[in-house]
Structure formats: C-alpha cells, structure tokens
Design a protein. Structure first.
Length: 213
C-alpha cells in the first residue's frame, strides 16, 4: 500500500489516504513525515490520529450505554478527518521537493530539453518563418523560445561563441562570412565556406539552425 501511495514520477498519491472515511487515513501525515524526516508532520499526523481515536472511543462508550457522547464522538472524528486531509494536501508540495531524487529531477529536465530541441530543429526545417517568430535559435532575445539551439544566420557573436567548439574567434569569422554571403543555407555550406573540420561540423549539427535573415 505504501508503494502505491508514493510514485517516483508525477504527483505523489499518499495524500489521498487521508480521504478514507471517518478519519481512518488520519495517519497519512505521519507517513509523509517519516519518509521526508519531518518531525512536525509526524506530530500533526499523530494529533489528528489521536483525535480520531478519541472519537471512536467516545462512540464506543455511547454504544455501551453512556449518554451524552454521540455528538462529541462525531465532532472529534470529523475534526481529525478534516485536519488530516488539510495537512496532507498542504504539505504535499514540500514532501515532493524533499523526497524527489536530484538525479531524477535532472534526468527529467534533460529529457524535456532534448524534446524541445528536436521540435525546434524540426520547426526550423519545416516552418522557418514560424521558428523565427517564436525565437528559435535566439538565446540573446528575452522571452524567445531558443530551445537550446543557435541560429547561425541571425544570432549575435556572443551566442555563437557559446556553441561547442566555436569560441570567440570562430564566432567572429562566422559573423563576417554571413554578412558577405547574406547568410548560410546549411551546415555543409558553412563548413565549406570557412573550411571547418568535419568533426566540428558534425558536432554542431544538433545545435544550430539556419533561418532566413
């Protein structure tokens, strides 16, 4: 049950345990506190659980013939139930930050960047005008969706210099060459014009686009 309540990706599901009827899941914050090593959450879960237990005890006494405890029993169970639910969903985000593996976060972020880059490269090939409009390849422009690639026909030297294997000198040469030719048509065109090593050309293939000037 614990394994089902906590998943490695996406939103954690353990807070839904607190929704069990009449406070039977009031211990959910205790689970979160143990997993995240947060004493305060353990204490809160213990308080809500104790209140629910007190409600059950009062209810049992009422059924055993003691009068005047029905309303109090119901009140206690509702307080413990509502308190546990509110606590569980309030601490959910903090729990996820504390328990998510940094490697998992970095991996998911890296996968997202790779997807964005692939989509940007495809957009630049198929719809170059739209790619330019959204800022593909323009990390120098605030708010642009550069997607981790650089537009060799329009980006400034500072952006070109950050490309792998380029640097300031080659960036300057690229700027000068594209000014004289009004831009490059492809990576092969760039490689031939500047007499670049073949391995550098291949290394740049997934990092650059050539949008209209």
């Amino acid at each position: 049950m614990m394994q089902a309540a906590d998943t490695p990706t996406g939103r954690s599901r353990w807070p839904f345990l607190s929704l069990l009827p009449i406070g039977l899941g009031a211990w959910a914050p205790i689970y979160a506190g143990v997993k995240a090593r947060q004493t305060r959450w353990i204490v809160l879960g213990s308080v809500w659980s104790a209140i629910v237990v007190a409600g059950f005890v009062k209810n049992s006494l009422s059924r055993a013939g003691h009068s005047g405890t029905d309303d109090l029993a119901g009140f206690l169970m509702i307080i413990g139930w509502v308190g546990a639910v509110a606590t569980s969903f309030t601490i959910r985000a903090s729990y996820e930050r504390l328990t998510t593996s940094p490697l998992l976060v970095a991996t998911e972020a890296g996968q997202a960047r790779l997807r964005d880059r692939d989509q940007a490269l495809q957009l630049a090939r198929e719809k170059p005008a739209l790619a330019r409009e959204v800022g593909v390849g323009r990390p120098d422009q605030p708010g642009a969706f550069d997607a981790g690639v650089v537009d060799l026909n329009n980006a400034p030297a500072s952006a070109l210099a950050r490309l792998p294997g380029v640097g300031d000198d080659l960036a300057t040469r690229i700027i000068e060459a594209r000014t004289q030719t009004n831009g490059f048509s492809s990576l092969e065109d760039l490689g031939i014009l500047l007499d670049l090593p073949g391995d550098l050309v291949e290394h740049l293939r997934d990092h650059v686009v050539f949008l209209p000037r």
